[in-house]
Design a protein around this ligand. Structure first.
Ligand code: AMP
Length: 354
């Protein structure tokens, strides 16, 4: 167990790191962020910040010497950086979780190997392979880059064969997968946490609504179809965590289809659809992640009130801060980002009720 006063290194300095650092501080730990930006949101609440690129091996070595354990809040951290750190200091989750989650093809193969069902898909690394994939998968379909996709970026929809050229160009002609468009009733996510000893806890499953490819709300209770599938989704997600040897929070996103669940993607880190746990659950995802990384026992995840809704504040939605602060029912979280660009996650609010 990491004693209080120890330092947790966090790779990445966004709002997830900020909320991790707040939870770590409550348990008596210090946080040290490694991030290339000058003033990322996490550094407002962290003890130290190494400002360097992830390929700066000297900065990584100094960082490893300054911290007791390392975690990450961004899943696109280069695995070379994580390997270098892991030779010097414990890193949780490990590089295996990152490698699988960074590549949509590896992720889908891994989950299928464990018996999970995904959308029909085919690998695409050339324009000719895109035509072959369309013939195999059918249309409509979505072309997704294998790497660096998030919030709907790196994706292009193909409705007819005439869209293929534009889609291939839109994703920058990168290695990709073509996914058949799934007819789903809802989207939902399993948020779980696995400790160093293999113990796992998971939170009640929220239904997630996206707008423009970005999460808009996560709410509980989820609709009946999601509730009916939740046990199977949790079982699959727990198996994924176990087989990855994952330590910390893992988020798995699913489509609720009428004929059963389909796994969509995973994030080997705390997740936006788990922000409601800060006020809505006995222990939030950030605290249990810190506990896992620090080798502490995990705490219970029960819902505190029957109804919980987390609403993201995207772009100018946070400009209304006076009204948000004045709402006695809203737990307001603002991430300290200056510039409210369209599509940027500026904060969130959580509402609880009976
Ligand atoms: P992703 O980045 O893979 O989570 O995709 C972003 C959003 O696009 C998802 O949350 C879904 O709303 C939608 N989407 C992704 N893949 C599919 C699919 N195979 N069929 C239908 N909708 C999808």
């Amino acid at each position: 167990m990491l004693p209080p006063g120890s330092t947790i290194g966090i790779l990445g300095g966004g709002q997830l790191g900020r909320m991790l650092a707040l939870a770590a501080a409550q348990l008596g730990y210090r946080c040290h962020v490694f991030a290339p930006e000058a003033t990322p949101p996490a550094t407002d609440v962290c003890a130290a910040h190494t400002r360097a690129e992830f390929d700066d091996t000297a900065a990584l070595a100094d960082f490893a010497a300054a911290v007791d354990v390392v975690t990450f809040e961004w899943e696109n951290v280069p695995t070379a950086a994580v390997r270098q750190l892991a030779a010097l200091v414990p890193v949780h989750p490990g590089v295996h979780s990152l490698e699988v989650a960074q590549d949509r093809m590896a992720e889908k193969q891994f989950v299928e190997w464990l018996g999970g069902r995904t959308a029909p898909w085919a690998p695409v690394s050339t324009r000719a392979e895109l035509d072959e994939a369309i013939a195999r998968i059918g249309l409509p379909a979505i072309l997704k880059t294998r790497r660096f996709g998030y919030d709907g970026k790196g994706q292009a929809r193909i409705f007819g064969p005439g869209d293929a050229d534009a889609a291939w160009d839109a994703i920058g002609q990168q290695p990709a997968i073509l996914e058949g468009m799934v007819e789903f009733a809802h989207e939902y996510s399993v948020i779980l946490c696995r400790g160093v000893d293999g113990e796992q806890v998971d939170w009640p499953v929220p239904v997630n609504v996206h707008a423009g490819g970005i999460l808009a709300t996560s709410s509980l209770p989820a609709p009946a179809l999601v509730r009916a599938q939740a046990a199977d989704a949790v079982a699959l997600s727990r198996l994924v965590a176990e087989k990855l040897g994952h330590v910390g929070v893992l988020a798995c996103e699913f489509f609720a289809c009428k004929d059963g669940l389909r796994f969509n993607e995973m994030a080997p880190r705390v997740h936006n659809s788990g922000h409601w746990t800060i006020e809505g659950s006995q222990t939030c995802q950030f605290e249990n992640h810190v506990r896992a990384v620090a080798g502490l026992p995990l705490r219970p995840t029960d819902l505190l009130l029957p109804r919980v809704e987390m609403r993201n504040l995207i772009g100018d939605q946070a400009d209304d801060w006076q009204r948000l602060y004045a709402n006695p029912g809203a737990h307001v979280h603002l991430y300290g980002k200056g510039d409210a660009r369209p599509g940027r996650k500026m904060g969130h609010i959580t509402l609880l009720s009976r």
